[in-house]
Design a protein around this ligand. Structure first.
Ligand code: ATP
Length: 645
């Protein structure tokens, strides 16, 4: 093994520029002139990175249309064409900006080209001359969203390690993963912040971390939606310089950008300008001024061409000029203003998938399901340990509410005069489990889904493994919370001190928590926080009506009786009441000078119309609820991921 130092001048191979074989040793490092990367030494057998020139991706698109379909319950389904048969070519090794006025279709075009949006898309996208296979293309590309969807509780280094464990094949050793991570952090200027949590990073650092995470799998095409939005000018410059560097190593880097400054604009190699879904300019950045000249709309002196083209595209100087520009570029078919004037119209036939196929035969994801689950579980448990809302607040609320209820209903369970109070307590406990769990799930799941959408699209893991991991991770905490709550309330309120009854009580409560979690997941997966927080509790009201608490089940009108079968609260109430008053409980203690109407548990059970001999059936019914709701939540989540695209 031999150390190979790259002083930033030689075009060496490596993670960012291809692998080079120097006298039998593998070099992994490319050093941008301004950012010195550390020298990395690796054994031959550790290296599996393949980033040779052959993997460059030349993108071309023809007659691309995108039609958004707006469905509404109250009105007719409407269709709106957003992109109108546009064409274009994004050669490799270039930093390309998609520009245009607000609403011109920049993000839509980026979504279509990246394969993020597939429904409603017409036309053909080519990758190295072949019609693109979206799934195959995803292996070589990544999509970085405008908002940085990062795990806030993990440091830069931890996030990178998780990404490496999910995005690199399992046979890549730890040492090599660390070398890759350090290399990326060095080049992106994140070494100094590697122990800082994502939530504490600045906007620019978050953006660089988003890029760093995707660079781990060394994509040859990168799509970035407005990477400079929200950044100050120096962070913007740093971010664009970095993208330029990555492009100069052979990648095709496409990003949407709002009006850039003249300086920022000059960093781009190529520009694609849209006006209301049509192409008004395509070509080199420096060729834009000659283009204006050629079509008879010269750019005024001292005017930023980037501003001028947007003003033209907006129609500020007249709609006829927009039409003329569309004609001049043949809606993106013309390559006359490309940096390489000899770029041909013909496709370069080259299979982009060959090297990636070799790496990972037929599988879209880099690692096995087992490895994904292992990494996701590790991430989930660490996160749960650090999360103040999900963990500490949840435990705290359970303890506080149980003490409050315990104080309010002090020894009511062992007092023949307070049987009805105790019945109210049992229902209140079920309400506590319902609302606390439901709200927590509905409020936290949307943030999770936004991260899931990005990571799932960028092939970190399968939805199945993600869903399994969040289900497993929550179980211990949910048991701890429910058990603590039950133990405090049970003993403070003087319920029968018998293990069997306690366990029946606890199991019924725990199942309610799991049922409601499933319901919350289902609602949270489909609706946003606002609609979810309205719908969740509202949906619980009919469940309460059919639980047999206010109106006894036997008093329900026959045409409404079906409601009791679909109310999980009915089974839960039967379970907890059976635990406390069933199993042939003896006469309840009654003070000498008092009248205890319900001192005989049997009398009480008959009065409230609850059967106490149904415990097994209640548990089976609750388990069925858990299963059906969790499965439905999974299907909703999958449909949601598909609908986004
Ligand atoms: N799903 C959709 N349904 C209806 N209209 C849509 C949909 N998605 C986008 N649009 C419309 O398509 C047009 C282009 O949207 P897009 O987000 O691509 O524009 P943009 O150029 O990226 O805008 P901005 O710079 O403001 O982000 C807008 O008028 C938008 O309202």
């Amino acid at each position: 093994m031999k150390a190979v130092s790259d002083g930033g001048t030689a075009q060496s191979g490596g993670y960012f520029g291809g692998t080079g074989d120097v006298g039998g040793d593998i070099v992994v490092s490319v050093v941008p002139a301004e950012l010195k990367a550390e020298t990395v030494m690796l054994d031959d057998n550790e290296n599996n990175l393949d980033n040779s020139i052959g993997n460059r991706v030349d993108m071309q698109f023809e007659n691309i249309t995108y039609t958004a379909i707006q469905k509404s319950l109250l009105s007719k389904t409407t269709k709106k064409e957003i992109l109108h048969s546009i064409n274009g070519r994004f050669p490799p090794g270039q930093l390309i900006a998609i520009m245009g006025p607000s609403g011109a279709g920049k993000s839509t075009l980026l979504d279509v080209l990246s394969g993020y949006r597939i429904n409603g898309v017409g036309g053909t996208v080519y990758a190295n001359g072949r019609p693109r296979d979206v799934e195959q293309f995803r292996r070589s590309s990544c999509y970085i969203t405008q908002d940085d969807r990062l795990q806030p509780l993990f440091s830069v280094l931890e996030s990178m390690r998780i990404a490496a464990d999910l995005k690199l094949q399992v046979d890549v050793g730890r040492k090599k993963k660390e070398a890759i991570i350090n290399n990326i952090l060095e080049i992106l200027g994140l070494q100094k912040t590697k122990n800082v949590r994502a939530s504490q990073l600045s906007g620019g650092q978050k953006k660089r971390l988003s890029i760093a995470l995707e660079l781990i799998s060394n994509p040859m095409v990168m799509f970035l939606d407005e990477p400079t939005t929200g950044l100050d000018s120096s962070s913007c410059t740093m971010c664009i310089k970095l993208l330029k560097q990555l492009a100069s190593e052979g990648r095709t880097i496409v990003c949407t950008i709002h009006q850039p400054s003249a300086m920022l604009f000059s960093f781009f190699d190529q520009v694609y300008v849209l006006a209301a879904g049509n192409c008004v300019y395509q070509g080199g950045t420096e060729k834009m001024v000659p283009f204006f000249q050629a079509i008879g709309y010269p750019c005024p002196m001292y005017h930023n061409p980037a501003d001028y083209v947007i003003e033209l595209a907006c129609g500020e100087y007249g709609e006829e000029k927009v039409v003329k520009m569309i004609q001049a570029t043949s809606n993106g078919k013309s390559y006359s203003y490309f940096n390489d004037p000899n770029i041909s119209n013909t496709h370069v036939l080259q299979d982009i998938s060959s090297s990636k196929k070799k790496e990972n035969s037929g599988n879209l994801l880099a690692t096995s399901q087992f490895n994904q689950l292992k990494v996701l579980l590790r991430r989930g448990f660490v996160k749960a340990g650090r999360d103040q809302t999900l963990t500490y607040l949840r435990v705290g609320v359970n303890i506080a509410v149980s003490i409050m209820l315990g104080t309010l209903y002090w020894k009511a369970g062992d007092d023949g005069t307070k049987v009805l109070d105790n019945y109210n307590l049992l229902f209140s406990i079920l309400m506590h489990h319902t609302f606390a769990t439901m709200m927590l799930t509905i409020l936290t799941i949307p943030q999770e889904i936004s991260i899931l959408t990005k990571e799932h699209f960028n092939r970190w893991y399968s939805l199945k493994m993600y869903y399994t991991s969040i289900t497993i991770v929550d179980i211990p905490l949910s048991i701890v919370c429910c058990f603590t709550f039950t133990a405090i309330v049970y003993f403070m309120t003087g319920q029968p001190p018998e293990m069997v009854r306690f366990m029946m009580f606890f199991i019924s409560s725990q199942l309610v928590v799991l049922v409601v979690q499933g319901l919350g997941l289902m609602i949270g997966a489909y609706f946003n926080v606002t609609n979810g927080t309205f719908l969740g509790p509202t949906l619980c009201v009919p469940m309460m009506m059919f639980a047999g608490f206010g109106v006894r089940l036997c008093d329900l009108p026959p045409y409404l009786y079906w409601g009791s079968y679909v109310s999980y609260l009915r089974y839960a109430l039967e379970g907890v009441v059976g635990a406390i008053y069933g199993l042939d409980r003896a006469v309840i203690h009654c003070p000498e000078d008092a009248y205890c109407h319900y001192k005989y548990p049997r009398t009480f059970l008959e009065t409230v119309g609850v059967r106490s001999d149904q415990f097994e059936n209640d548990i089976i019914a609750l388990l069925l609820f858990v299963f059906v709701l969790r499965m439905t939540a999974y299907v909703v989540l999958r449909l949601k991921l598909m609908a986004i695209r």
